[in-house]
Design a protein around this ligand. Structure first.
Ligand SMILES: NC(=O)c1ccc[n+]([C@@H]2O[C@H](COP(=O)([O-])OP(=O)(O)OC[C@H]3O[C@@H](n4cnc5c(N)ncnc54)[C@H](O)[C@@H]3O)[C@@H](O)[C@H]2O)c1
Length: 470
């Protein structure tokens, strides 16, 4: 029986290994993590990751051929294939701070693999994390430095994960493609074949793409950079649409209908968020910088700069509309997750918008169907803001009660069908709605009496002449 171990029981490690166990009943899959609370949560009825369909998959496999454990060394030692799926955040300090990937977790995982390996036993080590180019080579060096004398043999492959949070199980069950990068040697090709055989249990052969290591690594960063670039492109157009009175959703529909452009990822909004897009664009820019490609690096940095601009522009629009000040005013915030369907608020634009409003001394009352109060408080903590400036509400109506303005910051479906008449009745006058996600029916809300701003749409007469950059 093939034994698989995955280091890192996070958003990627947990779901991807659960689906692998489901589809490969003859393979034993152990997911390990240094965080005991994470492992306990995976072994409980309240999984640490909210993904449609995940509970059912875990319930079916856990205790059969899927286990979650904090005994990292033992499971790594036993495994034939070790996936490394640890976090690779942007470096906070030191060389490359704010641009390069922090590989501390990844390096500690590499060392665990090296130390837990036994002489004479070969292992395939698979990078699943998004990592800088040539990380696989560095991994090989660490492994060889430890195992060289003992005879343990390693083959390092790159197999980046492409699923989107919120549709992880669906994407994993039916991936657009699985990418396997490996060295062009006999042993490398054999290792890539072994991994291909695992995926072939449920992924059609023509969707399993083989490349060299470096191309696989750069493909992951490039995929996220292109997605981020599309969001920034349409957001830059949204600013122009507001200035000239065009409607960005009509523009997106018109250009997206062109098969060469395609319609995906063309929704204007308050900017991209989540744990990956920004960090991967910055990593790509840093890779360019390290290779002396200053113009290419600058090009990718602009994608992040436009994202920051869009978040700031939204906050300035809110403040400028409400007579240039939100000090002491209650602003309801609907939605805190970085996207609909997840409980994840990492790098959520909602947190930036809240911090911006708090900086202008607003009182924000946040409601999100999935993100918990503790997380919202952690993410909104702003240096000059007082704790009482942030309230966490149980529903949208409570959040909006007595508010001067209401911001929609995540595209949760339930915000489309709220009783906006009831919300209007409970709000102060004039009652403002600022929709960053194209969720509300602008016409209907204006009929009720709201002053409505919707990103990239023709401006409400009330807002005309108020510069967004005020
Ligand atoms: N979240 C996504 O949607 C997504 C999608 C595709 C790829 N990725 C990439 O996958 C990687 C993992 O992302 P994530 O969202 O799962 O991160 P995460 O923070 O949710 O999980 C990482 C886990 O690794 C554990 N860990 C760190 N070092 C360890 C060690 N030495 N030994 C054992 N456990 C260790 C941490 O405790 C944590 O639980 C990142 O590189 C990310 O860019 C993420």
């Amino acid at each position: 029986m093939v034994k698989i171990c995955c280091i890192g029981a996070g958003y990627v490690g947990g779901p991807s290994m659960a689906v692998m166990a489901l589809k490969c009943p003859s393979i034993e899959v152990a997911v390990v993590d240094v965080s005991r609370p994470r492992i306990d949560a995976w072994n409980s009825d309240r999984l640490p990751v909210l993904e449609p369909g995940l509970d059912a998959v875990v319930r079916e496999c856990r205790g059969r051929n899927l286990s979650f454990s904090a005994d990292v060394d033992r499971h790594v030692a036993d495994a034939d294939i070790v996936f490394v799926s640890v976090n690779t955040p942007t470096k906070a300090r030191g060389l490359g701070a704010g641009r390069a990937a922090d590989l501390a977790y990844w390096e500690s995982a590499a060392r665990v693999v090296a130390e837990a390996s036994r002489p004479g036993r070969s292992k395939i080590v698979v990078e699943k994390s998004a990592v800088p180019v040539r990380t696989a080579e560095a991994m090989e060096r660490i492994l060889l430095a430890h195992g060289g004398g003992g005879g343990a043999a390693f083959q390092v492959l790159s197999n980046p994960e492409f699923f989107a949070e919120g549709t992880a199980v669906r994407d994993l069950l039916c991936p657009d493609r699985v990418l396997i990068g490996g060295p062009d040697t006999d042993a490398g090709r054999a290792a890539a074949r072994a991994l291909r055989d695992v995926y072939a249990n449920w992924v059609p052969e023509d969707r399993i793409v083989a490349t060299d290591l470096c191309s696989a690594e750069i493909s992951k960063l490039t995929a996220n950079a292109l997605l981020a670039q599309r969001v920034s492109s349409v957001n830059a157009i949204s600013a122009l649409c507001e200035a000239i009175g065009a409607d960005v959703s009509d523009v997106a529909r018109a250009v997206g209908g062109d098969g060469r452009v395609g319609g995906a990822f063309l929704n204007a909004g308050v900017g991209f968020g989540g744990p990956n897009l920004q960090k991967d664009v910055l990593q790509l820019a840093y890779a360019c910088e390290c290779h002396g490609l200053a113009e290419a690096a600058e090009y990718w940095r602009q994608v992040v700069a436009v994202n920051e601009y869009q978040k700031g522009r939204f906050v300035r629009r809110v403040v400028a509309s409400m007579f240039g000040t939100v000090a002491g005013k209650k602003v309801a915030v609907l939605g805190f997750a970085f996207k609909e369907g997840v409980a994840d608020s990492r790098e959520s634009p909602a947190a930036d918008v809240c911090r911006g409003l708090l900086g202008d001394r607003a009182h924000v009352s946040v409601y999100d169907p999935a993100v918990g109060e503790k997380q919202i408080r952690r993410d909104t903590a702003a240096p000059a803001a007082k704790e009482r400036q942030v309230r966490v509400a149980r529903d949208a109506y409570e959040a909006a009660e007595g508010a001067h303005g209401l911001c929609v910051l995540t595209e949760w479906d339930e915000f489309r069908t709220l009783d906006y008449r009831r919300i209007f009745d409970g709000m102060r006058r004039p009652a403002f709605v600022f929709d960053s996600r194209g969720v509300v029916d602008v016409g209907k809300l204006r009929e009720i009496g709201f002053v409505v701003y919707s990103v990239g749409k023709p401006l409400d007469p009330w807002l005309k002449g108020l510069p967004a950059g005020a």
